[in-house]
Ligand binder design. Structure first.
Ligand code: CP3
Length: 343
């Protein structure tokens, strides 16, 4: 079994498997070269040959234990018929979802057709990994968790405090729950299709889970993730799921109720303390500060050593605490891999 899959089955594989969130991206010159040749980011995500190529680029350079499908969490709302644009230097821009008509306009029936190119990317990557001799590298499919996707749909993009979406969750609970239900069911179908196309592991990114109050965290982070994991496990019992309830702090303890196989930990959390809150066979993933990789040198070495010594002896996947940043020198990533693989 591949090292990542063994870890997610509850074994303490050492040295730990390693991959990095956003490992395909702007810090790599070969990514920028592909990106420069397409009209926009959505076009890159929906052109299978190019999306597969950029998925494989970091594997060729570093031999990571996992490849993550090149796409974006906002491709699901896009496929539901909600608009999506990536403006240069601004990040994603979406129409602001406001009322029952906006929720009713979402069309789950069109999703399968619109995500067909993404499934083709999954098939190409699986075949490419094998053809290029990366037989130990597992392919991760993913979706945004319903709450984080709802954040971007309601706010119309990123936000400092996500006041509009939190406001809607309190003031219009029935409307917000309807939106969450549409996203939860669509996510199950979307993730399941990725497995059928060749994904071996699934990850749910709940990047903004930490802005929720404890009661709303239970309702809009833990409950939908529990529903998604249960449905996927019924259809694909051997495909593990990693959940990433970012910034959840002590609420991460309750996230164990989702029965995910692995839990992502953000940079600001003490990874040993989070691991101690979770069942001992539940894998933990994280949590090097992406800025430590920008710095490199002794600062990075010390941070890596701290994480490895806290995680030795338990199922652990080395990763960052959030996505790699564009200014990261690619040679620092190579140095990071050497440190992790020295255990
Ligand atoms: O390499 C990988 O990790 C796989 C692909 C991937 C991307 N986004 C590519 C991407 C994955 C798994 C994501 C997840 C994602 N996207 C999240 C969850 C994780 C997190 O970072 O919190 C979120 C919140 C998004 C939404 C999103 N996509 C934003 C806010 C932005 C703009 C900010 C930025 O970094 O540019 C994106 C764009 C995006 N998604 C890029 C990439 C490589 C950069 C676009 C470009 O190349 O121009």
């Amino acid at each position: 079994m591949k090292r990542l899959l063994r870890t997610l089955s509850g074994q303490a594989v050492w040295p730990p498997p390693v991959w990095l969130m956003r490992q395909a991206g702007r810090y790599l010159p070969e990514y920028r070269a592909v990106r420069a040749g397409v009209k926009d980011f959505v076009a890159l995500c929906t052109t299978p040959a190019l999306a597969a190529e950029v998925t494989l680029q970091p594997i060729r350079r570093y031999g990571f234990d996992a490849a993550i499908l090149f796409s974006d969490i906002l491709m699901l709302p896009w496929a539901l018929g909600h608009g999506l644009e990536f403006k240069e230097g601004e990040g994603p821009v979406l129409p602001k979802l406001r009322n029952a008509a906006d929720v009713a306009a979402l069309d789950p029936a069109r999703v399968a057709d619109r995500v067909a190119p993404i499934m083709e990317t999954v098939r190409l990557v699986r075949a490419g990994l094998l053809a290029e001799g990366f037989g130990e590298t597992a392919l991760i499919g993913f979706a945004g968790a319903p709450f984080t996707v709802a954040c971007y749909m309601v706010e119309g993009g990123g936000s400092k405090d996500f006041a509009a979406v939190r406001g809607m969750a309190y003031a219009q609970p029935a409307l917000f729950q309807r939106l969450m239900d549409v996203l939860t069911l669509a996510s199950i179908e979307y993730l399941s299709a990725q497995v059928v196309a060749g994904a071996e592991v699934l990850m749910l990114f709940d990047s903004w889970a930490g802005v929720l109050s404890p009661s709303l965290f239970r309702r809009h982070c833990v409950a939908p993730a529990t529903q998604i994991v249960a449905a996927l496990r019924q259809r694909h019992p051997n495909v593990p799921v990693i959940g990433f309830p970012r910034l959840a702090g002590v609420m991460t303890r309750e996230y164990a109720a989702t029965r995910v196989d692995g839990v992502g930990v953000d940079t600001g959390s003490d990874i040993g303390a989070v691991a101690a809150m979770l069942p001992s066979r539940m894998a933990v993933q994280g949590n090097l500060d992406p800025l430590a990789v920008v710095a490199g040198g002794t600062a990075m070495t010390a941070e890596v050593a701290g994480i490895l010594s806290a995680m030795r002896g338990r199922p652990f996947i080395f990763n960052l605490g959030h996505g790699i940043v564009p200014q990261t020198p690619p040679e620092h990533v190579a140095a990071l891999l050497e440190l992790v693989r020295a255990g």
